[in-house]
Write a protein that binds this ligand. Structure first.
Ligand SMILES: Nc1nc2c(c(=O)[nH]1)N(C=O)[C@@H](CNc1ccc(C(=O)N[C@@H](CCC(=O)O)C(=O)O)cc1)CN2
Ligand SMILES: Nc1ncnc2c1ncn2[C@@H]1O[C@H](COP(=O)(O)OP(=O)(O)OP(=O)(O)O)[C@@H](O)[C@H]1O
Length: 188
C-alpha cells in the first residue's frame, strides 16, 4: 500500500475513534488539555496565539478563548489559511468543511505578531509529525518562511499519539504535543 492510502486509512480509523468518544469524555479531556496548556510556560508567555474551532470532536479549546491573550483563527481561502484576530463577542461565519470562521472584515494577524500556534491534528507521533485531514493547509503554512519559525503545539487526545506516522518531505515537526495527560516537548 502506498503512503497516500496508508494515511487515508489511518485518518479514517482515528477520526472514527474520536467521534466515538462519549460527549462526557470529550468534554472532560478537552478541559484537561486546556488546563495543561494554561500551565505551560510557553503558553503563559505568549501574547498572540493561533487556534481553531473544533469539528468532529477535536479537542475543544473554547474555554481558553476568553483568557487574556490575543487569539487568531483561520479562514480557508483557496488553499491557504488567512488569520484574523477574534474575540468571543465577535461574529462567526460558517466556512468550508463546516468549520466556523471569523468575518473577512476582522483584523488580519500578520506572522510578526504571532507567538504560538495550536495545531489541530488527527494524530501525532513521538517525533512531532502530524496527520491532518489531508488538505495540506498546515503543511503549507508551516513550510512558508514567515511562519516556520513560530513555535507549534499539536493538540490531540492521548489515543491519537502514535509511535510513528508515515512521514513525507513536506511534513514539519511540531515543537510540542499536548494531550489530556501531559505536554511533551519534541527533541529536534
Ligand atoms: N478545527 C479545524 N479547523 C481547521 C483545520 C483542522 O484540522 N481543524 N484545518 C487543517 O488543515 C484547516 C481545514 N482543513 C480541512 C481539510 C480537509 C477537510 C475535509 O473534510 N476533507 C474531506 C476530504 C478531502 C480529501 O480527501 O480530498 C473529508 O475528510 O471528507 C476538512 C478540513 C483549517 N481549519
Ligand atoms: N509546502 C507545500 N506546498 C504545496 N503543497 C503541499 C505542501 N505541503 C503539502 N502539500 C500538499 O498538500 C497535501 C497534504 O497532504 P497530507 O496528507 O500531508 O495532509 P495532512 O497533513 O494530513 O493535512 P493538513 O495539513 O490539511 O491537516 C498533499 O497532497 C501535498 O501534496
Amino acid at each position: 500500500m502506498n503512503f497516500k492510502e496508508t494515511k487515508k486509512q489511518l485518518r479514517k480509523k482515528l477520526i472514527q475513534e474520536r467521534e466515538n468518544l462519549s460527549k462526557l469524555d470529550w468534554k472532560n479531556n478537552s478541559q484537561k488539555i486546556c488546563k495543561n496548556l494554561q500551565n505551560y510556560p510557553l503558553f503563559q508567555q505568549s501574547k498572540t496565539i493561533l487556534a481553531y474551532f473544533s469539528i468532529r470532536q477535536e479537542p475543544d479549546l473554547t474555554y481558553l478563548f476568553s483568557t487574556n491573550h490575543n487569539w487568531g483563527f483561520p479562514r480557508c481561502v483557496k488553499k491557504s489559511l488567512i488569520w484574523h484576530f477574534w474575540q468571543p463577542q465577535d461574529p462567526l461565519i460558517p466556512g468550508k468543511y463546516g468549520i466556523v470562521e471569523p468575518s473577512a472584515n476582522a483584523p488580519i494577524l500578520s506572522h510578526e505578531t504571532v507567538d504560538l500556534i495550536l495545531v489541530p491534528a488527527v494524530a501525532c507521533d513521538y517525533n512531532g509529525y502530524r496527520l491532518g485531514y489531508g488538505g495540506g493547509f498546515y503543511d503549507r503554512l508551516l513550510n512558508s518562511p514567515q511562519w516556520s519559525s513560530i513555535p507549534t503545539v499539536g493538540i490531540i487526545f492521548e489515543f491519537a499519539l502514535l509511535p510513528q506516522l508515515p512521514c513525507e518531505p513536506w511534513d514539519q515537526q511540531l515543537q510540542a504535543i499536548c494531550t489530556e495527560n501531559n505536554i511533551i516537548s519534541i527533541c529536534t
